[in-house]
Design a protein around this ligand. Structure first.
Ligand code: CMC
Length: 431
């Protein structure tokens, strides 16, 4: 970390404490409070981490006011239009765009790890047929630590590298198998001559009775969905991965923890919840009713796919996703999809309502992604697993960065205790 050039003064009970201020390459300055408790005997209080930087990082930067997302300095709009998912994976993992030879080598390493250990099939069979694919993914990815023991030593850089490649390569296979199991079809093994997105589509939609021709436009749309979800700075699931990893847990266990966190509807589960909401609205005439519910303080309902902790302007991923939705639906001949119509009118109605504009609530990445995925043939339960496939590289890149940081400490937040102070134990007959 660079030397600090500024400092803040904190006065408690008439005593002054000087706190260093670090200036980042982009974004707001950061007050260093690491020695505060030792010097002043106080904690800071920030549930939800709304004002707290929990680490330093060089991977992803978000300017929430501008609606800008950069990976290693490159904007998501450019990456989504000019690059592709595996190149973005390389960029996130290693810090620079690859040369043609580096990309070829990386793609071949990923491709050669796409199969999972055959015995892992037994894990899938142990789940109920109606298990949510995210439940299967949490379990199977956690179980990978038992199958790939030769890449769980986090202190060995080579093992870290192998674990990273394994996770990125095997995650589509695991997600596709979870899907096949849920619909009662045989598992389809990966085909290494296909690119990452096409291989995933084939593993989901091919059946032994009939070959599956991957439509290049759908494959491009799938790749773009992966690219748009690849990383997003210190979001809840990434912070979960970092916290799990701070105890030196193995990478498969840490990523399983990330998948568990992603599942929640306030985070990655919002794509499923959003499409379910759009279907429930059904027709544009019901939009005012749902807008009124979202504004009602006594109703827990929120517009899913709307709002973001960091973006106080358009989520740049949502803009690309909306264009993609138009393209994919036109290709599939369903441009008059009634749910897309509901989504567009709902967005327009919300953006014309002061409740949403004053609170700076805009559509996020999850608002249009479900419409594309449904048009491709995925059930809503597969939306969040697809997010998990894409985000794996982000989790892994952040995990690798954390492990290589010499300042690494176990994550151990403190609390504002509001419970009873010490009191004597009461024997049961006296209660
Ligand atoms: N609909 C209606 N009101 C909302 C919404 C919404 N979607 N989102 C926030 N608000 C209101 C909220 O009620 C609060 O109002 P008030 O100040 O009067 O109490 C204000 O806006 C601020 O909300 P918050 O909950 O304090 O904001 P947060 O930063 O803690 O939450 C969020 C961010 C994404 C969890 C939230 O906006 C939300 O629940 N959105 C719906 C779920 C969703 O789409 N999640 C996907 C996020 S992007 C992808 C990802 O992270 O995986």
């Amino acid at each position: 970390m660079a030397e600090h050039t500024k400092s803040a003064k904190l006065t408690i009970d008439g005593k002054d404490y000087e706190l260093p201020i670090f200036s980042p390459s982009a974004g707001p300055d950061v007050i260093d409070i690491r020695k505060l408790y030792a010097q002043a005997g106080v904690f800071t209080y920030d549930p939800g981490f709304t004002s707290t930087a929990a680490c330093d990082s060089t991977i992803t930067f978000i300017d929430g006011d501008k609606g800008e997302l950069l990976h290693r300095g490159y904007s998501i709009d450019e990456l989504a239009s000019k690059s592709h998912y595996l190149e973005v994976c390389y960029l996130l993992l290693y810090g620079e765009l690859p040369s043609p030879a580096q990309l070829e080598d990386f793609e071949s390493r990923v491709t050669n790890h796409t199969m999972i250990h055959e015995q892992m099939i037994n894990f899938f069979r142990g789940f109920r047929r109606d298990a949510h694919p995210m439940a299967v993914m949490v379990g199977v990815v956690g179980a990978m630590s038992a199958f790939y023991h030769d890449s769980t030593d986090i202190n060995d850089p080579w093992q870290r590298e192998v674990a990273s490649i394994r996770l990125i390569a095997k995650m589509p296979t695991v997600a596709a198998m979870a899907y096949k199991y849920s619909v009662g079809q045989p598992f389809v093994y990966p085909r290494n001559e296909l690119d990452y997105a096409s291989n995933f589509l084939r593993m989901c939609f091919a059946v032994p009775a009939e070959d599956y021709e991957v439509n290049p436009i759908l494959s491009r749309a799938m790749d773009r969905i992966f690219t748009l979800h690849a990383d997003h700075e210190q979001n809840a699931s990434t912070s979960t991965v970092r916290l799990a990893s701070s105890s030196s847990a193995n990478p498969f266990a840490c990523i399983a923890a990330g998948i568990a966190c992603l599942w929640g509807p306030a985070h990655g589960g919002a794509n499923q919840a959003c499409l379910e909401m759009l279907n429930e609205i059904g027709t544009p005439d019901r939009i005012p009713e749902f807008i009124a519910r979202a504004k009602d303080k006594n109703d827990p309902f929120r517009l899913m796919g709307f709002g973001h902790r960091v973006y106080k302007n358009f989520d740049p991923r949502a803009t690309v996703m909306k264009e993609s939705a138009d393209e994919v639906l036109e290709l599939l001949g369903v441009e008059n999809n009634p749910i897309l119509q509901v989504a567009k009118e709902l967005e327009a109605a919300a953006l014309a309502d002061p409740y949403f504009t004053e609170k700076k609530l805009f559509p996020n990445v999850d608002f249009y992604s479900g419409i594309i995925l449904e048009a491709m043939g995925f059930p809503t339960s597969m939306f969040t697993p697809i997010f998990a496939v894409a985000r794996t590289v982000g989790w892994i890149s952040q995990w690798k960065e954390q492990i290589s940081d010499p300042q690494l400490k176990i994550g151990r937040p403190r609390q504002l205790y509001q419970g009873s102070t010490r009191r004597p134990y009461q024997d049961i007959e006296n209660r």
